[in-house]
Design a protein around this ligand. Structure first.
Ligand SMILES: C[S@@+](CC[C@H](N)C(=O)[O-])C[C@H]1O[C@@H](n2cnc3c(N)ncnc32)[C@H](O)[C@@H]1O
Length: 220
């Protein structure tokens, strides 16, 4: 992605318009969705390792916000008995996910364009569960504004045991960057989520950023 686009995306509401209409701004987007979906195994093996280490794989319930092609959820569903809930602001991405999952599965997946707590509760309830095992925020939180993140955490932190965040993490050593770096540990600690795993992000970034991937667990 060019620096010009990155700069534009750092402005909250502009970012929303971009992601929602990415297929208009970047006509090659649909081909891109297909290519990342085809490449799902490398990414999902990472999530499957986390799941096998920390969670009960027999009946796992996973939500991803900003699921894009659905590649992470697809890989999780392939290796576990998972029911997955994907959300992405981009309508074309959601249509792609529904098409792709329907070709392989009859049930155990749900995709939608917007975060709607009632819809999410219904999905949990339909799966005879009280909460998700895992919620994935893989390179999506940086697209959101501060108030959106507060509202999102207020809602979702009550509905999951683990939260995975791949994003830009605030660091005293990092002075300037196009991307907003946030104090995810502090923000999630308000809801009793503690970081139990800290890795370098699996995505390479050409500019100076502090991107990490962390797994948070809800304290009992
Ligand atoms: C950088 S991409 C990451 C996609 C995917 N998680 C991955 O790592 O390959 C960010 C994704 O988040 C989606 N997105 C951006 N803002 C969103 C919002 N407010 N709600 C839901 N999805 C959003 C975009 O449409 C895009 O698919």
């Amino acid at each position: 992605m060019s620096n010009l686009i990155k700069n534009i995306l750092s402005k909250g509401w502009v970012s929303r318009i971009f992601w929602k209409n990415r297929h208009v701004f970047q006509p090659e987007f649909l081909k891109y969705l297909k290519s990342i979906q085809d490449d799902y195994r490398s990414k999902s093996s990472y999530f499957n390792e986390l799941i096998s280490k920390y969670m009960d794989q027999n009946e796992i319930l996973v939500l991803e916000l900003g699921c894009s092609s659905g590649s992470a959820l697809y890989g999780i569903k392939e290796k576990t008995n998972a029911s997955v809930f994907g959300i992405d602001i981009n309508r074309k991405a959601i249509e792609f996910c529904i098409r792709n999952f329907s070709e392989r599965y009859e049930e155990g997946f749900y995709f939608t364009n917007k975060y709607d707590e009632e819809e999410i509760l219904r999905f949990i309830n339909d799966n005879n569960r009280k909460e998700f095992d895992l919620v994935i925020f893989d390179r999506v939180l940086y697209c959101l504004e501060d108030d959106e993140i507060v509202n999102l955490f207020k809602s979702i932190c009550n509905l999951t045991n683990y939260i995975y965040v791949d994003d830009f993490f605030y660091s005293d050593n990092l002075k300037t960057s196009t991307y907003k770096h946030r104090k995810w540990d502090e923000l999630l600690a308000k809801y009793k989520f503690i970081s139990i795993l800290d890795n370098k992000s699996m995505y390479s970034a050409s500019e100076v950023v502090f991107s990490r991937s962390r797994l948070y667990k809800k304290a009992k």
